[in-house]
Design a protein around this ligand. Structure first.
Ligand SMILES: Cc1ncc(COP(=O)(O)O)c(C=O)c1O
Length: 421
């Protein structure tokens, strides 16, 4: 079949659906709005653990199928991560090992505790931390290894748990992209010594701003509560009598979630199974279509894993003809009205916080120097991946997904012509 000329050369764009093609977060229901109004009339603060934050915590534990014993809400994923690192014993002179390609807040809170971070390379298929890279980065100072289930794909938990057994570090899961994803049938968030889920607005389960820490370890629970929830919550839920003595002051920080955010999160958690089914139908359809395009690799899912949430759809480019770059491909796809970009990077090892040994921000800290050249797979993903929308409405979005696939096929048929003369 003769395809029309590329839009970048003056042809008609393949995608006719008006933008934006990805709309997230979804609009609230009337029920959610009524709950928010009612909360405004009754209580606009949370002191103990009554009301929507306590309900959200109970519902979140049920969502994890009983795989964790305690849940503690926070005002952001970043705050929950700070509490997790504190609770797991990160302190000055200790180290955290984490992936070089992820959102920085998965790891950066460790610096606030005086620790430093050693980044490891990622696995090209899962895009998560490579267990072989973890093994290379472990030192006698390693306290925590952070497994970020990047873009919704679970990390290789068999290998990471085996390393934990061998080396004795604490394992933290960052499940911010992966609500509902499983590894060998078990939900992510139930493998580590603690796990954190960001509930920020872009996430599949969202509060607007918020985060939740889960753990089955009493001690981790107590320390996390005391770090961010002084007074009533600490008095009511800290278990260890020695730690409970600190309930009035906690450890000084107030990192609580507001009841309004908890209401939003409860509603989005309840809607998640249906929304996730729709997202899967959309993205499986997109993957099927992209299999017919020679220059991209659709996102792969390991046989041990299921995706719950997806966080973006990030296919990788195959080697391109001479003179054709990713930028030229993106320009051609955008001219076809495809919402395409590059995944958010950069490698953390390129950032001053991770690259410098002395920090103007933390004068007393001498941290490890990370070098981007040490993580070639992360560098390759940064250079060769594309970012496409996580379509959310099935079957409504089928037509626009089909148009996306047509746009890719058009570019495929004309790939060599993208090279400058
Ligand atoms: C992997 C990961 N961890 C942590 C965070 C931080 O979460 P929050 O924005 O809720 O503080 C994010 C935010 O995007 C993230 O993607």
């Amino acid at each position: 079949m003769e395809l029309s000329p590329l839009a970048v050369f003056g042809g008609k764009p393949a995608v006719t659906a008006p933008r934006p093609h990805e709309v997230w977060p979804p609009q609230p229901t009337e029920v959610e709005l009524a709950q928010l109004a009612e909360q405004r009339r009754t209580d606009i603060s949370i002191r103990g653990n009554d009301g929507p934050t306590g309900e959200l915590e109970r519902e979140f534990l049920a969502f994890l199928g009983g795989g964790a014993a305690y849940a503690v809400t926070f005002n952001s994923g970043t705050s929950a991560l700070l509490a997790a690192y504190f609770a797991l014993g990160v302190e000055p002179s200790t180290e955290v090992v984490g992936p070089d390609l992820t959102y920085h807040a998965a790891l950066s809170p460790a610096f606030a505790l005086g620790a430093s971070v050693r980044v490891a390379d990622i696995d090209g298929e899962t895009r998560c931390i490579d267990p072989a890279g973890v093994a290379e980065r472990i030192t006698e100072r390693t306290r925590v290894v952070t497994a970020v289930h990047q873009w919704g794909h679970p990390c290789d938990m068999d290998a990471l748990l085996a390393l934990r057994d061998r080396h004795g570090f604490r394992l933290l899961e960052d499940c911010s992209h992966a609500h509902g994803s499983t590894w060998r049938g078990r939900p992510v968030g139930t493998f580590g010594d603690a796990a954190v889920f960001s509930l920020q607005a872009n996430k599949a389960v969202f509060a607007g701003e918020g985060g939740i820490l889960v753990t089955s370890d009493e001690h981790v629970h107590d320390r996390a509560v005391l770090l961010g929830h002084y007074r009533d919550r600490s008095r009511d839920s800290v278990i260890d009598p020695l730690l409970k003595e600190f309930w009035v002051t906690g450890f000084g920080l107030k990192l609580r979630m507001s009841p309004f955010n908890a209401i939003v999160a409860r509603n989005s958690l309840a809607a998640f199974p249906d929304r996730s089914r729709q997202r899967h139908a959309c993205l499986n359809h997109l993957s099927d279509g992209l299999r017919e395009v020679s220059f991209v690799e659709p996102v792969a899912i390991r046989p041990e894993a299921t995706m719950g949430a997806w966080y973006g759809y990030k296919p990788r480019l195959r080697p391109l003809p001479d003179g054709v770059t990713r930028d030229l491909v993106i320009r051609a796809l955008r001219a076809e009205n495809v919402e395409v970009g590059v995944p958010s990077g950069p490698q953390l090892s390129t950032q001053p916080l991770y690259r410098q040994t002395r920090h103007p921000l933390f004068p007393s800290l001498t941290s490890v120097r990370n070098d981007p050249a040490g993580q070639p797979v992360a560098a390759a993903i940064v250079e060769t991946a594309l970012s496409l929308p996580t379509f959310n409405n099935w079957p409504e979005d089928k037509a626009v997904i089909d148009e996306y696939v047509e746009a890719f096929k058009k570019v495929d048929a004309n790939l060599g012509r993208l090279a400058p003369e």
